[in-house]
Design a protein around this ligand. Structure first.
Ligand SMILES: *Cc1c(COP(=O)(O)O)cnc(C)c1O
Length: 360
């Protein structure tokens, strides 16, 4: 069996231990005589799986009691709509547009009300995070929205915007569980788990209780009301059972690694190896302003399209896969999520050095 080093932005690498455990339990989950894929979401055995997953996530992120955790379907895109439907009481909200996903959310919100672009980094191909210390936030805005880690462009909000007292809503899909975060600074955060947490099909919403309301926008489908799923502990309808089970395993894996403090140290170490090399390389260049660099997604280029393509091809042949940049920006991108071992990054850098020498 040959596992590659998978630098995919998502769906992405998962911890090998988790995959092995899931394989061991595939045919008979803990004496139940069936796979988790085959069991009722209302069964006792599944109830324990989802409850334990929530408890472990709460523990990892230190989620306060006045926040609900919802395990939902529909991906981040469904949240682009669900957020305004549930929270846009005054039909007005502020959006900070730092990349394609933020832009999608911004455009979706326009369907439901007045979405105001508070700041944008589109002028320099989203290669930085704009100054968000004094945004034109008005009193009638229901929330301020950010995409905290911009998966495609490789930028991260290292400082949260000054929301002038408004609730902050964040898409944390690609930085989910990469480091500790203070949940109390947000009204709502959500993340599709297929970047850094689990298999595609699950999106986790963490929302402060007072934002879970009955008076959502008229026309909001029952299934998209946070209240529907909050009241039913995410079991209003069939949840993505197997995906939640894998997420639960990843949460336990993270706890065994020392939790999010330990992950932060590791993730910073891994990112430093790659960024230090990019900063000294004569061939490869990082594309993002240094102060805004993501430690999860690292985009880089040679400056020559043909050479980029050659690099991606040779890297793949050497066992470093999915390094091609997003189709909208080109170049390369190495996503180095929690489950990417440090050794994977070290070996990638060694390969890049060799490529640089051969193509000087
Ligand atoms: C991948 C990604 C999305 C899109 O997720 P889907 O689950 O495909 O809807 C949205 N936001 C961020 C930050 C992402 O990385």
């Amino acid at each position: 069996m040959a596992r590659v080093y998978n630098f995919s932005a998502g769906p992405a690498v998962l911890p090998e231990e988790v995959l092995r455990e899931a394989a061991d339990e595939m045919l008979d989950y803990k004496g139940s005589g069936m796979s988790v894929m085959e069991m009722s979401h209302r069964s006792k055995v599944y109830d324990q799986i989802i409850k334990e997953a929530e408890a472990d996530l709460r523990d990892l992120m230190q989620i306060p009691d006045n926040y609900k955790v919802l395990f939902l379907q529909g991906g981040a895109h469904q949240q682009f709509a669900a957020v305004p439907m549930n929270l846009m009481k005054n039909r007005k909200a502020g959006y900070i547009v730092t990349g394609q996903w933020a832009k999608r959310a911004f455009n979706e919100a326009k369907i439901f009300g007045e979405a105001v672009e508070l700041a944008s980094s589109a002028d320099k191909t989203f290669s930085y995070i704009p100054d968000c210390s004094d945004l034109p936030i008005t009193d009638d805005m229901d929330y301020v929205y950010i995409c905290e880690n911009n998966t495609i462009y490789g930028t991260k909000f290292w400082e949260l915007p000054n929301t002038k007292g408004k609730d902050l809503v964040a898409d944390i899909s690609s930085c989910f569980l990469s480091e500790p975060m203070d949940v109390t600074k947000y009204g709502l955060v959500y993340g599709g788990v297929q970047k850094n947490v689990g298999p595609a099909g699950v999106v986790i919403v963490i929302v402060r209780e007072d934002l879970i309301r009955d008076d959502v926008l008229p026309g909001t489908p029952t299934i998209l009301k946070y209240k529907t799923q909050a009241d039913a502990d995410s079991l209003y309808n069939t949840p993505p059972c197997y995906g939640i089970y894998i997420c639960g395993k990843v949460f336990k894996w993270l706890k065994a690694q020392g939790g999010l403090e330990a992950m932060k140290i590791r993730n910073e170490e891994k990112a430093k190896i790659l960024y230090d090399f990019l900063d000294e390389s004569k061939l490869f260049k990082g594309t993002v302003e240094k102060k805004d660099r993501s430690i999860m997604n690292v985009p880089f280029v040679t400056g020559d399209k043909d050479l980029d393509a050659k690099f991606v091809k040779e890297a793949e042949a050497a066992g470093f896969v999915n390094l091609k940049g997003h189709r909208s920006v080109g170049g390369m991108r190495a996503s180095i999520y929690n489950a990417m071992p440090k050794e994977g990054v070290e070996k990638l850098v060694a390969f890049m050095k060799k490529f640089e020498e051969e193509n000087a």
